[in-house]
Design a protein around this ligand. Structure first.
Ligand SMILES: NC(=O)c1ccc[n+]([C@@H]2O[C@H](COP(=O)([O-])OP(=O)(O)OC[C@H]3O[C@@H](n4cnc5c(N)ncnc54)[C@H](OP(=O)(O)O)[C@@H]3O)[C@@H](O)[C@H]2O)c1
Length: 327
């Protein structure tokens, strides 16, 4: 079978390769064998290839934060999934045609679109937890986020607006505004620029802006920290700028703003498996209702992983890049 593998850290498209590997073999009693249908290439995967992610696997390694596949064989003690079920493996080595996983480490999905299922584990769940875990948001409250046309950003808009929470969304190009406003129902979309803080203040008026969600770091963190109300919270979850989060001490000291971080992996490792299953069932149902969806720009076969990785690293994409390892 084929897998995507890298032998050293470096420029993602240069270090990744599609190689032949041995079949995983029959599953043990508590394992399932999964045939992978699709996986997205996420910024975290590109950071893993360049050696800049939280975890640096031992080389040579495969990778892949998420995927969707079907159970094609199950061990004798497996009772949570059956052959034919669509599942998300919770491991981070999913860029393969087939893999074994402990049955306790897979999430069974409802019937749903394969592409959206491939993107369910990371971005919708990240948006879900960031929306729920840091401040209580009531109907009519507001939040602000940057990189709003990203996968996480679109999921966050859809979830927030479906709960009556208004979203102020910062992007860096105007051509994504119709998508965000008309298709995702965002309350406000602004292009980043020198007067962004004043523009946000005009929109907020006497309203309450409790939460800032930052995918970028650098000066973008400072902007959100200035925009949120006194005692507001800014949650950084991404390093798109590749720079440390900047924050003005006036906001920290005199206005009591808190800057904190979020990493889905830490949440998934701590949460009870039943609670996690329930969240993914709910997220899957929201996909099936059409509330959650992320556009796909292009799909590639596994053999073209280098081009796929290069494509995923481009700015100004109109959606995610997906790989279909089994055609
Ligand atoms: N902490 C966690 O648990 C967690 C979970 C999921 C994702 N993330 C992080 O969340 C971020 C978004 O991930 P995703 O999968 O949603 O992304 P995505 O769908 O692949 O989209 C990438 C987005 O980043 C924007 N962007 C790229 N570089 C930028 C920069 N230097 N300044 C401003 N915007 C920039 C792009 O804007 P254009 O379209 O204008 O190019 C686009 O909106 C990534 O940093 C990812 O690592 C973290």
């Amino acid at each position: 079978m084929k897998i995507a593998q890298f032998q050293k850290f470096g420029k993602p498209k240069e270090v990744i390769a599609c190689v032949e590997a041995g079949e995983p073999g029959d599953p043990d009693a508590d394992e399932v064998l999964i045939e992978i249908d699709a996986f997205p290439i996420n910024p975290a995967d590109l950071l893993t290839l360049s050696g800049n992610y939280a975890c640096r696997p031992r080389l040579p390694a495969t990778l892949g934060a998420e995927a969707v596949g079907r159970v094609v064989a199950a061990g004798s003690k497996v009772n949570n999934v059956s052959i034919g079920d669509a599942v998300i493996p919770l491991g981070r080595d999913n860029w393969v045609q087939r893999k074994k996983e402990k049955a306790s480490r897979v999430i069974k999905l409802p019937e749903m679109d394969t592409f959206q299922a491939a993107m369910l584990k990371v971005n919708p769940a990240t948006a879900w937890f960031m929306l729920s875990d840091h401040v209580e948001l009531a109907e009519g409250d507001m939040l602000i986020q940057n990189a709003a046309n990203s996968g996480v950003g679109l999921n966050l808009i859809a979830l927030a607006e479906s709960r009556g929470v208004k979203t102020i969304n910062i992007v860096r190009r105007s051509d994504v505004i119709p998508l965000i406003k008309e298709e995702y129902g965002a309350s406000e979309v602004l292009i980043n620029g020198p007067d962004i803080i004043d523009q946000v203040a005009d929109i907020v008026g006497d309203g309450i802006l409790k939460l800032g969600i930052d995918a970028i770091g650098g000066d973008s963190t400072r902007i959100l920290a200035r925009c949120v109300e006194q005692d507001g919270i800014v949650v950084n979850y991404g390093l798109l700028a590749g720079k440390p989060c900047s924050i003005d001490p006036h906001d920290l000291v005199f206005r009591g703003v808190t800057l904190t971080g979020f990493w889905l992996s830490r949440v998934i490792e701590k949460i009870e498996s039943e609670a996690l299953e329930n969240i993914y069932q709910e997220l899957g149902a929201l996909v099936n209702k059409g509330t959650l969806r992320v556009p796909v720009e292009k799909t590639y076969p596994l053999e073209r992983i280098k081009i796929a990785v290069e494509h995923a690293g481009r700015p100004r994409r109109d959606g995610k890049i997906l790989v279909l390892p089994n055609g």
